[in-house]
Design a protein around this ligand. Structure first.
Ligand SMILES: Cc1cc2nc3c(=O)[nH]c(=O)nc-3n(C[C@H](O)[C@H](O)[C@H](O)COP(=O)(O)OP(=O)(O)OC[C@H]3O[C@@H](n4cnc5c(N)ncnc54)[C@H](O)[C@@H]3O)c2cc1C
Length: 285
């Protein structure tokens, strides 16, 4: 068996980078976006059709009872739902709630330019054989992965209740069930519907994902900067501002703009080449 040699300078470089990320300096501090009113607007869902969602008859209301409540409509939630149905439960026995406006989880929220899977589609996309979905590319683009999620939901008749957050869940010992407080988030035009309500479920499945909260660095002066300039997170890409769309790569509105992108990991590796094609000048921090 051979052994992998890592030279000392590489080890030192990794240690130094690790220390930076663990430091309690501003570099490592993150904003608590959901709790900080000054940046809460960055959380706003650019994709949700609130008016359409508000018109739908909700699967759950105050006092509703269900057998399974799944929180999260990403791959994990979809796979749980599929296997429950395969085991013999009626799709009407389960409701999937998500604070997003539709199916896909990660792939609902993230629609930045260049978004692509780093694993081959035939390995990464769930339930291809069961649903009959055929990926068009070896490495699926984000939009294709989101469409696969929608296809699974339609194929198996899943009940999704969107723009709805789990607030708190309490185990009710006497009932042997969960009392779950949910809250709809249908935007300011539907304030009367955005109130907490409680439902009861026999089984509660949390499929809330490891990467569904935005990470925003607590940069000094961010508030002032935001008063003058456009700022958004890659998980809430603003195509109205940049031009283009998830299917049209032409971000023509950036032609006269100086653009800065913060971060150099997987998201930046995909978005930077696309931004560089359109921005007047691009800085990568
Ligand atoms: C930009 C990006 C690119 C990625 N690319 C790859 C890749 O190429 N290959 C790979 O293997 N993995 C990749 N991943 C990892 C990806 O997260 C997983 O592969 C997988 O999609 C996670 O699925 P999930 O269902 O567990 O969670 P998610 O897809 O995150 O779904 C969880 C859902 O739960 C919702 N939710 C959370 N809390 C609540 C609450 N309290 N109330 C209601 N809803 C709630 C969230 O809004 C979200 O919609 C990527 C992740 C990101 C962010």
């Amino acid at each position: 068996m051979g052994s992998v040699e890592v030279d000392i300078s590489t080890r030192e470089k990794y240690s130094a980078e690790r220390a930076k990320r663990l430091a309690t300096t501003n570099f490592a501090k993150r904003l608590e976006v959901s709790k900080d009113p000054s940046v809460r607007d960055l959380l706003q869902d650019p994709w949700a059709d609130y008016d359409a969602r508000a018109k739908e008859a909700p699967y759950l209301e105050n006092g509703s009872r269900t057998k399974f409540l799944i929180v999260g409509a990403g791959h994990s939630g979809l796979i749980h739902a599929y296997h429950l149905i395969k085991a013999g439960f009626d799709p009407k026995d389960l409701v999937i709630v998500d604070n997003a406006g539709g199916w896909g989880g990660t792939w609902y929220w993230n629609r930045y330019p260049g978004l692509q899977c780093d694993v081959e589609g035939y390995c990464y996309l769930p339930l291809l054989q069961e649903s009959g979905f055929v990926p068009q590319n070896r490495y699926s683009h984000g939009e294709e992965i989101r469409q696969n999620a929608e296809h699974i939901a339609a194929k198996f008749g899943l009940q999704g209740m969107f723009c709805t957050s789990l607030v708190v869940a309490d185990w009710n010992e006497s009932d042997g069930r969960w009392d779950v407080t949910l809250r709809r988030q249908l935007g300011p035009a539907h304030e009367e519907l955005n109130v907490p309500f409680t439902v009861s479920t026999q089984f509660l499945i949390t499929a809330t994902g490891p990467l569904s909260s935005m990470s925003i660095p607590a940069l000094p002066g961010l508030d002032d900067f935001r008063r003058e300039k456009k700022v958004f997170h890659a998980a809430r890409w603003d195509y109205d501002y940049t031009g283009g769309s998830t299917t049209d790569p032409h971000m023509v509105n950036l032609r006269d703009k100086v653009v800065g992108i913060v971060g150099t990991a997987a998201t930046a590796v995909q978005a930077v080449p696309e931004l560089a094609k359109w921005a007047q000048h691009l800085y990568v921090f």
